[in-house]
Design a protein around this ligand. Structure first.
Ligand SMILES: Cc1cc2nc3c(=O)[nH]c(=O)nc-3n(C[C@H](O)[C@H](O)[C@H](O)COP(=O)(O)OP(=O)(O)OC[C@H]3O[C@@H](n4cnc5c(N)ncnc54)[C@H](O)[C@@H]3O)c2cc1C
Length: 408
């Protein structure tokens, strides 16, 4: 039996960030942290594994800086200089309904490919002696006390800790083992993701085109490259993904438009079924859920991972404070404080994303006219636009230490 202060189930982006928040070498008093991951996180840092990119908010970047992971990523940034929102229609004629031009020094969000974020987190974890990663074995059994919580791996090895953190994705075995229910709304859509190259520069402009079948988002990456989130009903997405590359590129080009010259496929494409889901509670005795294990939102505003990073930063505040006072880090007071901080915040964001999705994924002509008029109005009112931009930077609301750039 091996004893840790905290055990994290799942070494995805949220699990790795959580490990650094509690046991990284930049922490004031690092805890002894074990991460159990059934796959191999080094493969996660391979571009072929995950073709997604993430728009990291200013708050998430402050957190990566405070955890020491930022220098490994800093040279690969693509700041968001402009955002254009249209209601789709023809790729050759889609006048913006809403546009944001960022003229400040700091962009509200910066784009990265997910494999770049994985690599930076893994390098910092390897340099942190308080963190152990146990790979290649799934958790087979959970026990949440009384006394310490424990995990039994598939090979029979037993691990114990005062607190288990479930960062094991949308199907979360930890959530299920604790008997926590789930509210779920499937969207009947899949998002195809990939990176493309183009002849002409994007100048840091992100585009979101709301077609009735789903959003087509073009997100700028460093160089003449963009990451795409191309949403279609499941069957159509499946058929598109089965096409030979040349035909797939033809379909893609007809939606992308010709404004950036000729396109080329730079990565394999993956399709992700979309849903909104929210755990009925983010905690149970000696268990806290973070990231997709706690909540999944529609990717239309690029907030999922940023919400997960905020979970980690907030939970780190609650746990580190209890640890400094010599209190039980997996006790009721810590779990209640985390639940209060994160569940309401996430509920509000999830409801907003759900509402926006309903408004945009709609073919009702009157609703589309009303929505377009509303967006054009927002576009003309400067304080409203500033409010949107502050929300996009993740700097609104109560910020945990890490998101203020302070060590946990
Ligand atoms: C198309 C798309 C685009 C997106 N774009 C953005 C964006 O622009 N911005 C943004 O902020 N977010 C975005 N998101 C959301 C974001 O990608 C996810 O929220 C995030 O990747 C979830 O990470 P996670 O670590 O919580 O879960 P996961 O990545 O699912 O990781 C869970 C891990 O747990 C492991 N695991 C599961 N069960 C066990 C077990 N029993 N034992 C051991 N290990 C286990 C799994 O192997 C896995 O590695 C997007 C999502 C999608 C689908």
């Amino acid at each position: 039996m091996i004893r840790f202060d905290v055990l994290i189930v799942g070494g995805g982006l949220n699990g790795l960030a959580m490990a650094l928040a509690l046991g990284g070498k930049a922490c004031r008093r690092p805890l002894k942290v074990g991460v159990v991951e059934k796959g191999d996180p080094r493969w996660f840092a391979d571009p072929a594994h995950d073709s997604r990119a993430t728009a990291l908010t200013a708050a998430s970047i402050a957190m990566l800086q405070a955890m020491g992971a930022w220098p490994a990523m800093a040279g690969l940034t693509q700041p968001m200089r402009k955002v254009i929102v249209t209601d789709g229609k023809s790729p050759e004629a889609r006048p913006p309904l809403l546009s944001f031009l960022n003229e400040g020094e700091m962009a509200p969000a910066v784009f990265f490919e997910n494999h770049v974020i994985f690599k930076a987190l893994l390098e910092q974890i390897e340099a942190s002696p308080s963190i152990s990663i146990l790979t290649g074995q799934a958790v087979a059994r959970f026990s949440f006390g009384p006394g310490l919580a424990s995990l039994v791996l598939e090979n029979g090895q037993e691990l114990k800790a005062a607190l288990i953190i479930g960062s094991d994705g949308r199907g979360s075995p930890a959530r299920q083992a604790a008997g926590i229910g789930l509210d779920r709304w499937p969207y009947e859509q899949s998002a195809i993701t990939l990176t493309v190259g183009h002849e002409l520069p994007h100048d840091g402009c992100a585009e979101e085109h709301f077609n009735p079948d789903g959003v087509f988002a073009i997100l700028p990456l460093s160089g003449n490259r963009s990451s795409l989130v191309w949403t279609e009903p499941h069957e159509k997405a499946k058929a598109l993904c089965a096409l030979p590359d040349a035909e797939f590129l033809g379909e893609l080009s007809s939606r992308f438009g010709s404004h950036r010259g000729r396109l080329s496929l730079l990565t394999p494409h993956h399709a992700y079924p979309l849903a909104m889901q929210l755990a009925k509670s983010f905690t149970a005795p000696r268990l806290a859920l973070i990231g997709d294990a706690a909540h999944v939102v529609h990717p239309l505003a690029g907030l999922g991972l940023n919400l997960g990073f905020k979970d980690s930063a907030a939970l780190a505040d609650c746990v580190m404070e209890a640890s400094a006072l010599g209190q039980d880090i997996g006790g009721g007071a810590v779990l209640e404080a985390y639940e209060r901080w994160r569940r309401f915040d996430t509920l509000t964001t999830a409801a907003m994303m759900h509402g926006l999705h309903g408004l945009f994924a709609n073919n009702n002509e009157s609703l589309r006219l009303l929505r377009d008029a509303g967006l054009r109005m927002v576009d003309k009112i400067a304080p409203l636009k500033r409010l949107f931009q502050q929300e996009a930077s993740g700097l609104g609301g109560a910020l945990p230490r890490l998101m203020r750039g302070l060590a946990a």
